[in-house]
Design a protein around this ligand. Structure first.
Ligand code: MLY
Length: 265
């Protein structure tokens, strides 16, 4: 069975502290998500950040939007907060004298872009300016400490927000580690990254917080039968005799036993 993940008891069980909210570049009160699926907006192309493209809201999750660039495929969706500086109302680019660009991997011939753009915007439902919230200011300076808990985006599965721990701090950067998961998911980011959130963020926004992973966390306290104890009673060694190479009567937590590296569910 899986119990609902609860930060209060988790912090107590692990004897750890939540990162103070002022360390993070997030609003104390998460912004309301007023977008609707199928609305269009302008977004920086995550794969080519100098170009501004047309994006469509494909989904809503907490204070975030699932976005897809128009003219791109459905394999490169990305997620942005409603107060991200990467998104803006349609018309913003032109107002600043810029030109909307086809996304990286535009599926049609480049010469058809102007017509594609015209058709895409014609009759489109454009997200109103009021949907876009002001990005919170950068906190100064980096006040994270090793061991602080937070919620962080899994960059390999960016729709997921997971319980995380600061594993290291170096200058402007912090090392994000995921509780109960192997190092392949960990990453360095700037302390003011928009991908990290204070403890309780998902509860407030209604986004789904993943439970911690299982690696090293299963703590069923049982003693495994040894080969000797499984033999017939008259051959078995006295209970007082220690099993070779192990302390007697001590069950190791399952999760910390055996070569489990490099696996995940
Ligand atoms: N089992 C999948 C998803 C892992 C997600 C890990 N996150 C929550 C840190 C995989 O191994 O890719």
């Amino acid at each position: 069975f899986l119990e609902h993940f609860n930060w209060d008891s988790y912090l107590k069980e692990t004897g750890s502290q939540a990162a103070p909210p002022h360390c993070l570049r997030q609003s104390r009160i998460p912004p309301s998500n007023d977008f609707k699926v199928s609305m269009k907006l302008e977004a920086h192309d995550p794969r080519n950040v100098t170009s501004v493209c047309i994006a469509t809201v494909i989904g809503i999750t907490g204070a975030r939007l699932r976005l897809r660039l128009d003219g791109s495929d459905n394999k490169n969706d990305f997620w942005r907060l409603v107060d991200s500086s990467d998104i803006q109302p349609i018309g913003s680019c032109e107002k600043k004298g810029g030109m909307l660009q086809p996304p990286l991997g535009f599926q049609m011939n480049a010469s058809s872009w102007p017509m594609f753009l015209l058709r895409t915007l014609n009759g489109a439902e454009m997200a109103p300016a009021t949907c876009f919230k002001k990005e919170p200011p950068k906190p100064t300076p980096n006040c994270f400490k090793v061991g602080m808990k937070l919620e962080a985006i899994d960059r390999k599965n960016p729709y997921l927000i997971c319980p995380a721990t600061i594993g290291d701090v170096k200058g402007d950067e912090v090392f994000i580690t995921f509780d109960g998961w192997r190092g392949a998911f960990y990453y360095w980011c700037k302390y003011d990254s928009r991908d990290i959130f204070p403890v309780g963020w998902c509860d407030l926004t209604g986004d789904a917080l993943q439970p911690p992973g299982n690696n090293g966390k299963i703590t069923i306290n049982v003693t495994f039968p040894t080969r000797r104890s499984m033999q017939s009673p008259h051959k078995s060694v006295p209970a007082s005799a220690p099993a070779r190479g192990r302390k007697p009567g001590r069950g190791k937590p399952l999760g910390s036993t055996g070569p489990r590296k490099g696996r995940s569910p």
